[in-house]
Design a protein around this ligand. Structure first.
Ligand code: VTB
Ligand code: MG
Ligand code: MG
Length: 332
C-alpha cells in the first residue's frame, strides 16, 4: 500500500530538476565542510549559504525562497522572498537549510547536512522561523493512528500495537533540550527506548521512514518550523506520516505568521498541508552521520554523499559524488 500522494499532471515538476538540486546541496556541503571542526558556526553557515545561492542561480527555474533560515539563529540566510534561478523555466517554491546543524559542523559532530526542497510554485507551507510541534512515523500505518494532542505514552502504545511489538521494542527520537523534560520523562515511563540527539531533526524525522535501518520508530517533540517543512517534503516522497503545529505563543509570532499566510494559528498540519504539490528533496552530508556520510577531502578528489527524492514517483536515490577540480570552476 502506497501512501504517496498524487498530483495532477500539469503540476508535475520537470524530473531533470531532481539531479540539478543534487549539485546545489553538494556544493553547499563541500563549502561548509571546509570549515568543519573549526568552531565557527556562522562562518560555516555563511559558506553554505553562499554556495547554495550561487548554484541555485544557475538552475533553469523561476525560484522563490519561501523558507530560509536564520531569523532565529541570526544566521546569514537565503532570505524569504529572494528570487533564485536564471529567471526562466518553471515557477518553483524553495525551502533551504544550507547548513542544518551548524553546531554539529562547528564541532565536527555527526549529523550536519546541507538540505533543500523544491516544489511547484505556491505549494509549500510558508512557515515562519518559530518552533513547531512534530510527531512523525514511517509508512504503512492507518492515517489516524497518531494524535498530536494525545499524551506521548498513548501515541507510543498505539504505534507498538499497530506494529505488533511490545512497547519496549519502540524507539523514540527526541531533541535533547530542557523544554523536552516532561516529554522525555513520559517516554521513559512507557518503557520505550529513547534516542536523544543534540541537533538535526530534519534527518531525525527522516529516520522514522526506515526503522529497520535507523532503529527509530517515532519522532516526537518541538524543533524548528523550517526544518519541519523540509522533513515533510522528504516524507511526502517516502510515504511516512507527520503531524505538526506551529507554536505561536506571542502576538509578534502570530502576526508574523499571519503575514506569511497562516490563517489558523492552531492548525494541525499533515504532510499534504505542508507540501501540497509535486516536490523534490535533497540533502548532502557535511559531517558523517547515520543518514549520510560527510564530505571527504582526498587530495584532488572531494567525495560527497547525497540523498535525493522525488515525490511523484517516490524515488529515493543515494548519490555518491567524486568532484575534481572544483576550485578551477568555482570560487569556493
Ligand atoms: C531543531 C534542530 C536544528 O534547531 O530544528 C532546532 O533540528 C530547534 O531549535 O538542527 P533549538 O536549537 O532552539 O532547540 C536546530 O538545532 C538548528 O537549526
Ligand atoms: Mg537548521
Ligand atoms: Mg541552518
Amino acid at each position: 500500500m502506497s501512501t504517496i500522494i498524487s498530483v495532477p499532471p500539469q503540476q508535475l515538476l520537470e524530473r531533470i530538476l531532481t539531479l540539478e538540486i543534487v549539485r546545489v546541496t553538494e556544493r553547499a556541503a563541500v563549502s561548509a565542510a571546509r570549515l568543519r571542526g573549526h568552531g565557527k558556526e556562522k562562518a560555516a553557515d555563511q559558506a553554505a549559504v553562499d554556495a547554495m545561492r550561487r548554484e541555485l542561480n544557475k538552475l533553469p527555474i523561476e525560484g522563490t525562497i519561501v523558507i530560509g533560515e536564520g531569523e532565529r539563529d541570526e544566521a546569514p540566510m537565503l532570505f524569504i522572498g529572494e528570487k533564485v534561478g536564471i529567471n526562466a523555466g518553471p515557477k518553483v517554491d524553495i525551502a533551504v537549510d544550507p547548513l542544518e546543524g551548524t553546531t554539529l559542523c562547528a564541532k565536527d559532530m555527526p549529523g550536519s547536512i546541507a538540505t533543500l526542497a523544491m516544489a511547484d510554485g505556491g505549494t509549500l507551507l510558508h512557515a515562519p522561523d518559530v518552533y513547531m510541534e512534530k510527531l512523525a512515523i514511517g509508512p504503512g500505518y492507518d492515517k489516524n493512528l497518531l494524535d498530536l494532542d494525545a499524551p506521548p505514552a498513548e501515541n507510543i502504545q498505539r504505534l507498538a500495537k499497530a506494529k505488533g511489538v511490545p512497547v519496549s521494542e519502540i524507539t523514540a527520537l527526541v531533541l535533547e533540550r530542557p523544554r523536552h523534560e516532561a516529554l522525555i520523562n513520559a517516554i521513559r515511563a512507557t518503557g520505550a527506548s529513547l534516542r536523544l540527539i543534540p541537533d538535526g531533526d530534519v534527518a531525525g524525522v527522516i529516520h522514522t521512514t526506515d526503522p529497520d535501518k535507523s532503529g527509530v520508530d517515532i519522532y516526537m517533540g518541538t524543533g524548528g518550523a523550517p526544518e519541519g517543512v523540509l522533513a515533510a517534503v522528504a516524507l511526502r516522497c517516502t510515504g511516512g506520516q507527520m503531524l505538526t503545529r506551529l507554536i505561536l505563543d506571542t502576538d509578534e509570532k502570530r502576526e508574523r505568521s499571519r503575514k506569511m499566510g497562516v490563517t489558523d494559528p492552531k492548525m494541525i498540519y499533515r504532510i499534504e498541508d505542508m507540501a501540497k504539490g509535486d516536490c523534490l528533496f535533497a540533502a548532502t552530508g557535511v559531517t558523517d552521520g547515520a543518514l549520510l556520510s560527510g564530505v571527504k577531502f582526498r587530495g584532488n578528489v572531494i567525495e560527497t554523499e547525497t540523498i535525493v527524492m522525488r515525490s511523484v514517483t517516490g524515488t529515493v536515490r543515494v548519490i555518491k559524488g567524486e568532484h575534481r577540480q572544483l576550485e578551477k570552476f568555482h570560487l569556493d
